[in-house]
Design a protein around this ligand. Sequence first.
Ligand code: PSU
Ligand code: MN
Length: 314
Amino acid sequence: MIERWLVVRREVREALAADTPVVALESTLISHGLPYPANLDVARAAEAAVRKGGAVPATVAIHDGRLMVGLDDGDLEALATAPEGSVMKAARPSLAAAVARIGWAATTVSATMIAAHAAGIRVFATGGIGGVHRGALASAAGRLPTFDISADLEELARTPMIVVCAGPKAILDVPATLEYLETHGVPVVTIGQDLLPGFYSRSSGIRSPLSAPTLDHAAWIAGVQLSLGLGGLLVCVPVPEREALPDDAARDAVERAVRDAEDAGIHGPALTPWLLARIAEATNGASVRANTALIVNNARVAGQLAVVLARSSA
Ligand code: PSU
Ligand code: MN
């Protein structure tokens, strides 16, 4: 049983026992998604934002064979400052290997969902989910399809959890990602606008499958989804206006990074971190500021959502 490997931090355990809302946070964005010290700042700020929303944060990671749900500040710092390459990136397919090894592993959206769900958490905030990579299905000129589709999508279909993100990132094939989610039965609800957020920018230009005018409305749909037992639900929240990147700047940086990755032959789990670093460089850090702002904002929204959910199911 998964419980055998689970270590739920005391504050989180007590909150869950008392039906106090809890929000899970992932750790891959700390170890593989953002450079130091932005990664440590955002890890701390996301936890603070969850608290501000009225919930208890539980950052998830793996350390020395323990699936940890809830980290202390020393743990966050260890993850954020670990030497490059020493932290494994754990998703559903690599979770067992990550738990079977000594040292730190960071959890992606799929692995975080597995651990947080096992602990009894229902709401989870991240920056961006993995999705269908460009070139996964249709072949770019002269190249074969890669079939690189993140395990996050399948996880959303099978694990009943509310995941708050800023929309699938533009490094992905966003229309294909939406189609995949639809086929696998995952509702996608955007709060406050009809268009799907574009991660670095407020809009992807693509219509969101569902939209909710307010957070309360989204929480209501989320609560019904969980009680129907139909698996997970993706909530999309646009990046705060002030830190959003202009649409064309974001698009240019993304397109260039995707082309460079193809030319450099980067693939597999290394692809997403590689693209993020490349985009940070190309935008002189503006993408890191947007990424940081949206993660903290999502954590705040997830905290509020968890509070409304707890109230309505009480
Ligand atoms: N998108 C981001 N930042 C991230 C990730 C995605 O904007 O840090 C991370 C998340 O942890 C996500 C993972 O679950 O990358 C997806 O990796 P892959 O594409 O290899 O499935
Ligand atoms: Mn992949």
